[in-house]
Design a protein around this ligand. Structure first.
Ligand SMILES: Nc1nc2c(c(=O)[nH]1)N[C@H]1C(S)=C(S)[C@@H](COP(=O)(O)O)O[C@H]1N2
Ligand SMILES: [Mo]
Length: 382
């Protein structure tokens, strides 16, 4: 179905016309582009050993923007789908009955391909945002792997979006270049401006409602933000000790360090007796929230030197019996960095059990998944 100038079509369809869809599409594509760029950066922060770890706030910003742009995309996508709906179900204009058979066949296949890409785009966008929201809420329970699903459907969406933009470019250009105009007098229902205004307002509202999780200074304007300062010792806790089934740490606790050809055990007074370093660092979760604290502990590299261990990749083990984040791996670049601490204190006092007592990893610009709590073992692979 070709787009008709207003006045020529159904007067109830004003809000569905291509000027509205194109403008919503522009904002939605901007939000998706931000999500893609920051998603890739966050992925590197999680997985690339060469990720610099500086500035210490980098992951906090990339992941915060990622989650906020994804959140803003939800009302934009709903409005966009609603505005395009009549055209989604439209049939193509019949091919000229007397045209060459090959041309008619080509048109039919072209149409089928475009529709298939559109189906992937709609399903992919809905699934990407849904899995993103589930991840933001802490992940799905059970074996459903939220993050890999999110990544896979995001790539499908990006591919389908590229096809869609390529096919629709002339129409998008038209739609954006045509002024919104006054509401048609015979209009029924919402005007173009109503729909756009509503969508922009909702996108702004959901961002403001949650921005405080990422930018603690704004948590007054964010009723839905999870306050960073609500928790033991003035810092929120995502995974409590009881949830991780770490109920108590007894006096026999030792940190066991192992490397090829060597092994050393140190108790808590032993660790506390080593030279300590205090750093103000953010703790950032993939869910988008982040919080700052002063962390005091032994730089990991100093600890290795003190016990005569070589420097290498370090696998960190915790007291947590099960759970995906009970262990983590620090690439050697991170181990060498003196801002990677085995932290014993938070804001000046001994870590609460919920914060990882007796010690936890805290490293600059490291995604939360690697800030392992309740550490009990370090294995060094030089
Ligand atoms: N042992 C252990 N350490 C862990 C986790 C965990 O589940 N178990 N969760 C990690 C994640 S995903 C985050 S975001 C941070 C959050 O720290 P918090 O639970 O103190 O808020 O801890 C990390 N350290
Ligand atoms: Mo996390």
């Amino acid at each position: 179905m070709r787009w008709r100038p207003p006045g020529q079509g159904n007067p109830a369809a004003e809000a569905h016309d291509v000027r509205v869809s194109a403008r919503l599409g522009l904002w939605l594509a901007t939000a998706f582009a931000l999500c893609l760029a920051t998603g890739l950066l966050s992925h590197l922060a999680q997985h690339a050993p060469w990720w610099p770890g500086r500035p210490a706030q980098l992951y906090r910003i990339t992941q915060g923007v990622h989650v906020l742009a994804g959140t803003a995309a939800v009302p934009l996508l709903l409005a966009k789908l609603w505005s395009c709906w009549p055209r989604l179900s439209a049939r193509p204009e019949p091919a000229a009955p007397r045209g060459p058979a090959a041309q008619r066949l080509g048109r039919r296949w072209g149409y089928a391909a475009e529709r298939a890409a559109l189906a992937v785009l709609v399903a992919g966008a809905v699934l990407t945002l849904t899995t993103g929201l589930v991840g933001r809420a802490g992940g799905a329970p059970g074996p459903f792997a939220t993050a890999p699903t999110h990544h896979a459907v995001a790539w499908l969406t990006v591919g389908a979006l590229a096809v869609h933009l390529g096919v629709k470019l002339p129409r998008i250009r038209d739609g954006l270049a045509t002024p919104l105009g006054r509401p048609a007098p015979e209009r029924v229902g919402l005007s173009r401006r109503d729909v756009l205004g509503g969508a922009y307002l909702s996108a702004t509202a959901v961002v403001l409602a949650t921005v405080g999780s990422t930018v603690p200074a704004l948590d007054r304007v964010s009723p839905l933000a999870r306050r960073a300062d609500r928790g033991p010792q003035g810092l929120r806790v995502t995974r409590t000790a009881s949830a991780a089934r770490v109920t108590r740490v007894d006096a026999r606790w030792r940190l066991t360090m192992q490397w090829p050809g060597g092994r050393h055990e140190v108790d808590l007074p032993g660790l506390a007796g080593l030279p300590q370093r205090t750093l103000r660092l953010p703790l950032t979760c993939v869910q988008g929230w982040s919080a700052h604290a002063d962390w005091t502990g032994v730089p990991l590299v100093d600890l290795l030197a003190a016990v005569g261990a070589p420097v290498g990749r370090v696998t960190v083990g915790s007291l947590e019996p099960v759970g995906v984040h009970r262990s983590s791996v620090l690439p050697v670049e991170r181990v060498r960095d003196r801002s990677t601490l085995l932290a014993l204190r938070i804001n000046g006092s001994v870590l609460d059990l919920d914060h990882g007592y007796p010690c936890r990893i805290v490293s600059a610009d490291r995604p939360g998944t690697g800030q392992t709590k309740w550490v009990t073992a370090l294995r060094v692979d030089p």
